[in-house]
Design a protein around this ligand. Structure first.
Ligand code: MD6
Ligand code: FE
Length: 206
């Protein structure tokens, strides 16, 4: 379904608003919940300082992105339970195949959960050896203010609202652009009964 127009700038960036309809969002949420029973959300910390992030995280496997006092890395096991990550749901595999334009399947899917006060600072996803493969993200629940800049932290930025069911693709030049989440708009979706926002980012690690 493509009710609204895609937005594509800078090169390689795409926002596909309303890519998943409500029934698809509910089906995906059920898959996410099942995965989180096996791999519960945990509160990650910043490298060196050990400062907790406001976002809680988990992953769908085989690889998961992990941040800890010792740094950022991809690993095969949940840092708290020690269990392997649950498999990537078929629905997400299909979504990747449909929008990524990349022949290889994703190896990692980071699950971010934001409560009403959580944020994610400006960053570039740079822990993947497969630096030219795109990253595809799906948002569920409350809307968020996404900020997209350029390849340098000081480049001008633009802000876009991401709603439930929206898909973002960072490919090409956009793959190396700074981005982050400035705020969550509480009460804008009823998909998650307790509110908040889930973002899923699929990556090829390489
Ligand atoms: C978020 N997204 O939407 C944060 N990274 O909660 C990301 O950090 C992100 O949406 C790489 C590619 C797409 C993304
Ligand atoms: Fe990111």
């Amino acid at each position: 379904m493509a009710a609204k127009k895609p937005y594509r700038s800078p090169q390689g960036f795409a926002l596909l608003p309303g890519y998943l309809d409500r029934a698809q969002q509910q089906a995906l949420l059920a898959c996410v919940r099942e995965g989180l029973r096996a791999a519960p959300l945990y509160r990650p910390v910043m490298p060196r300082t050990g400062k907790p992030l406001s976002v809680r995280m988990s992953n769908f496997g085989p690889l998961g992105w992990i941040t800890s006092v010792s740094g950022y890395r991809y690993g095969r096991r949940h840092p708290v339970t020690g269990a392997p990550w649950p498999p990537l749901p078929d629905m997400l595999k299909r979504l990747w195949a449909d929008v990524s334009g990349w022949p290889q399947a994703p190896e990692a899917c980071l699950i971010n959960y934001y409560d009403g006060k959580a944020r994610l600072g400006l960053h570039v996803d740079a822990d993947e050896d497969a630096a030219t493969a795109p990253i595809v993200s799906v948002s569920l629940g409350d809307a968020a203010l996404f900020r997209l800049g350029g390849p340098r932290r000081t480049d001008p930025t633009r802000s876009l609202r991401l709603g439930s069911g929206d898909v973002v693709v960072l490919a090409g030049a956009a793959r190396h652009c700074y981005h982050g989440i400035d705020r969550i708009y509480g009460g804008t979706s009823r998909l998650l009964p307790r509110g908040g926002r889930i973002n899923l980012t699929m990556r090829v690690v390489g």
